[in-house]
Write a protein that binds this ligand. Structure first.
Ligand code: ZN
Length: 433
């Protein structure tokens, strides 16, 4: 840890942090009330006025905001500053509905980039580092956030963007990249190629930040084993800021939420009731200092837990667990809740790769799940008997560990389509949505 550039607020005593949050929250609520007519109306409907919100304990009086609130106000119903004060936008992919446009003033960008700088420092980063940014630059909020954060750190930035794996590896070797930022699937792919091309001894990457999509501890092990880089988790949401809302420290026991900027709550996704530390529920975030696009009690749809237990790194920021899944990517199969991350963990425990696809269909009214998964190159076989035995063993493990009944189909390595962005792991053919 480079303590010389660790922000003082990251280790502030709880009382000081709370006082700062209270002050910022009161200001933020007033800002949203004054400048977003939709939000003012929503507060009125809930019988609450800005003066009612003086501390973070008052947050429960406020309504939740959902992605639908943002979609229904497309494109600029939540913009809280004049357009002339906006210097950039980012936007969600729009794959699951109408896009959300997120607006940034210069102060917002500085805040976001500082969050990324803190994350890089937590993973051992300093001005001496060479940071390869291999997430997409564009409307997707990955590339630009890491780019700005690394630049503020004083590191040398390689603005690679996503894709073109040959070129990524060439720069990684020739420029002696020491830190990497990309999506989880792409990190897995790069690690796979590093192993396949025998590049391990030429790679200097000490740490990699991966995020932007669900991934598991088993996947971390696999990437680390193949590439030699230490993998760090990061949390972000395009609607709020991109990467950097929360970041892992060297202890790697949960991600520290940047509490001077974001106030977290965990709620029961069904009832909206706030849950105590350690309980599993939906993460709700309140941005405390956003100017252009304020979000108060925003439902992230990510399912996780919080802990205020002290962390050995010295940071006092609360830690969130890796999201166990999303309220909206939770699969309901035969009436049971299943998260793809649970399936992935079992597959990797059973010696498979992290490249898989879940195919769902409905036969005579019954849900049927098939999982296609690639074997690892070192255990690849075409022996029909071994294949059948392995498929049966994985099916039993899924049934025993997570009570999922699925047909397994083993595939040769590199069979499934690779993606430079987020992986498409679910093929739902049930036509029920
Ligand atoms: Zn820590």
């Amino acid at each position: 840890m480079n303590s010389s550039i660790l922000d003082a607020v990251e280790t502030a005593p709880r009382e000081r942090l709370t006082a700062l949050q209270n002050e910022r929250l009161a200001f933020q609520v007033r800002h949203a009330w004054d400048n977003i007519p939709y939000y003012r109306e929503l507060m009125r409907k809930h019988g609450v006025q800005p003066n009612d919100i003086q501390t973070v304990g008052d947050l429960v009086k406020l309504p939740f905001l959902t992605k639908d609130d943002l979609r229904n106000n497309y494109p600029d119903g939540f913009l809280a500053v004049p357009k002339s004060a906006v210097v950039r936008i980012h936007a969600t992919s729009g794959t699951t509905g109408k896009r959300v446009i997120s607006y940034y003033t210069q102060n917002d960008l500085d805040m976001w980039e500082n969050c990324c700088t803190r994350a890089l420092v937590a993973a051992g980063g300093s001005r001496n580092d060479i940071v390869q940014v291999s997430c997409a630059y564009g409307l997707f909020a990955g590339g630009f956030g890491w780019h700005g954060g690394a630049q503020k750190l004083g590191a040398m930035v390689l603005p690679m963007s996503g894709g073109n794996t040959e070129r990524q590896l060439e720069f990684m070797v020739d420029m002696r990249t020491t830190m990497l930022c990309c999506t989880a699937t792409y990190a897995a792919h790069l690690a796979e190629m590093i192993e396949e091309k025998n590049l391990r001894s030429k790679i200097c990457v000490k740490s990699a930040f991966i995020g932007a999509e669900p991934w598991t501890e088993a996947m971390r092990e696999e990437i680390q084993r193949r590439s030699g880089m230490k993998v760090f988790d990061v949390y972000g949401l395009t609607e709020v800021i991109g990467p950097g809302i929360a970041y892992e420290c060297s202890e790697q026991r949960g991600m520290h939420i940047q509490e001077d900027r974001f106030y977290p709550e965990i709620v029961d996704p069904e009832t909206g009731k706030v849950l105590p530390d350690g309980e599993t529920g939906e993460l709700v975030l309140t941005a405390l200092t956003k100017e252009a696009f304020p979000l108060i009690r925003y439902r992230t749809r990510d399912i996780c837990t919080l802990t205020h237990e002290p962390c050995a790194c010295g940071r006092t920021f609360v830690r969130m667990s890796k999201p166990k899944g999303r309220t909206d990517d939770m699969l309901i199969v035969k009436g049971e809740n299943v998260f793809p991350s649970q399936i992935e963990t079992v597959l990797i425990e059973q010696g498979m790769s992290s490249n898989y696809k879940i195919v769902l269909d409905r036969v005579r009214g019954l849900d049927r799940m098939k999982i296609q998964v690639e074997m690892l190159p070192e255990t690849y076989t075409e022996d029909a008997l071994v294949l059948a035995e392995t498929e049966a063993r994985i099916a039993r493990a899924l049934k025993t560990s997570i009570d999922v009944t699925a047909g397994i189909e083993l595939l040769a390595p590199m069979t499934l389509e690779r993606s430079a962005g987020k992986a498409h792991r679910i093929d739902d053919r049930r036509n029920v949505y």
